[in-house]
Design a protein around this ligand. Structure first.
Ligand SMILES: Cc1ncc(COP(=O)(O)O)c(C=O)c1O
Length: 397
């Protein structure tokens, strides 16, 4: 029966995909033939790029590319083995130190991807008998990490510290280690986690607090150092993880924390131990990207101004938006409507990603726009006009 069961599963999922394809609304997994800049090339045509997380535009920054090229010449293309068993380079050690300095922690470690950083940090620290309190909209890497750890998973209402506290009061005493895990900026909601309230709940219930800084580091806070910088609450989270695939426009992930915890993780976290270290060229480029957070604060300022401008245009047309950051979710409330509008704007030269289940509940289906510091006002204005027009035509505005 094994193959029949698998065949039924495959056919079930693909029937849904096929239906979307049949309607001509399938827009996932495109082949892109340019770098991730405000204009992006697909099948020989340029599109205004709102699908990217290259918020600061560092993936093509000349200094980042130069650092990566130099490391490529010295070290070749990869590390060819586990960081624990086969070691890393001075570049990896230097980047770890930089990350610890940015978050004000004693130590930090690198992972080959942000997904692995979350997975590996949670699996490394939690186990059966422990409790993970996770925001209901936290990233999939967090949920998968808890599953891998064997800890009990409990969701709390999005950004609701009083629901979190109520549950902690009942559940924390029944578990050994408790960890609260949240995104700093929510990747589909575009809002910030309420750090002061979360940190207070964590302290009251002797819980660890782990922040996923994926969409926050580099973009949020007066110095660009993320959520703790934004709220001026250094040291309020014991653990910080994240990715280099957003602010640094690259690949890889990290976790920062106390020296003991990071050393412990390096000897216990499966996604760290059983996966090759990040390539040196990537690490060198990311180190330069960290320096550019400090050296070029004007990128952060431009991102903020572009965000306010674009949000203002859509809101003025009566469209329903979530959050208040550079992640701009347009809520349409219907899956097919989201696909239809995404396809229509694509045909008019705009690339943006639909938001749909299982990433969000059906009612939150819509389109996600990722703003970049380098978008011109004309590009954002044109995007807004096309989006508003497509929504009107589809009966969504
Ligand atoms: C909130 C969040 N956490 C973690 C990740 C994983 O990062 P990476 O792409 O480096 O695996 C992502 C990326 O999609 C993310 O949005």
């Amino acid at each position: 029966m094994g193959f029949a069961a698998l065949n039924a599963r495959v056919a079930g999922l693909l029937a849904g995909v096929e239906e979307v394809r049949r309607q001509g609304a399938y827009i996932l997994g495109r082949i892109i033939s340019s770098s991730s800049e405000p204009l992006i090339r697909h099948k020989g045509k340029d599109y205004i790029n709102l699908i990217s997380n290259n918020y600061l535009g560092l993936s093509t920054h000349p200094k980042v590319k130069k650092a990566a090229e130099e490391a490529l010449r010295t070290y070749g293309t990869g590390m060819c083995g586990s960081p624990l068993a086969c070691g890393t380079t001075e570049l990896h050690a230097k980047l770890e130190k930089k990350i610890a300095a940015v978050f004000g922690t004693e130590s930090a470690m690198l992972f080959a991807a942000g997904y692995q950083a979350l997975l590996g940090t949670i699996q490394g620290i939690l186990g059966p008998g422990d409790l993970a309190m996770v925001d209901e909209f936290a990233h999939r890497s967090i949920l998968d990490g808890v599953k891998l750890s064997g800890a009990k998973l409990r969701a709390f209402v999005h950004n609701d510290a009083s629901d979190l506290s109520d549950q902690l009061r009942r559940l924390a005493p029944k578990h050994e280690v408790t960890m609260i895990i949240v995104d700093s900026v929510y990747s589909m909601e575009g809002d910030l986690a309420p750090l002061p309230d979360l940190a207070a709940a964590a302290a009251a219930h002797e819980s660890l607090l782990l922040l996923d800084e994926a969409h926050s580091l580099g973009m949020v806070g007066p110095r660009g150092y993320g959520l703790m910088d934004h709220f001026n609450m250094p040291g309020s989270a014991q653990l910080v993880s994240g990715t280099f695939s957003k602010f640094a426009g690259s690949c890889g992930g990290y976790t920062a924390g106390s020296a003991a915890i990071i050393d412990y993780l390096k000897h216990r976290s499966s996604p760290f131990i059983f996966s090759a270290a990040a390539p040196p060229a990537t690490v060198a480029g990311v180190f330069k990207a960290f320096e550019l957070i400090e050296e070029e604060p004007e990128r952060r300022k431009a991102l903020r101004e572009n965000t306010v401008f674009f949000r203002g245009l859509l809101a003025a047309a009566g469209l329903r938006l979530g959050g208040n950051t550079h992640v701009v979710p347009l809520r349409l409330g219907d899956l097919m409507l989201a696909m239809k509008v995404t396809k229509s704007i694509f045909e008019n030269g705009i690339l943006a990603s639909p938001i749909m289940p299982p990433t969000v509940p059906v009612k939150d289906s819509g389109i996600r726009f990722g703003i970049m510091a380098m978008h011109t006002r004309a590009q954002l204005q044109r995007t807004a006009e096309i989006v508003i027009g497509a929504c009107k035509e589809a009966g969504a505005a």
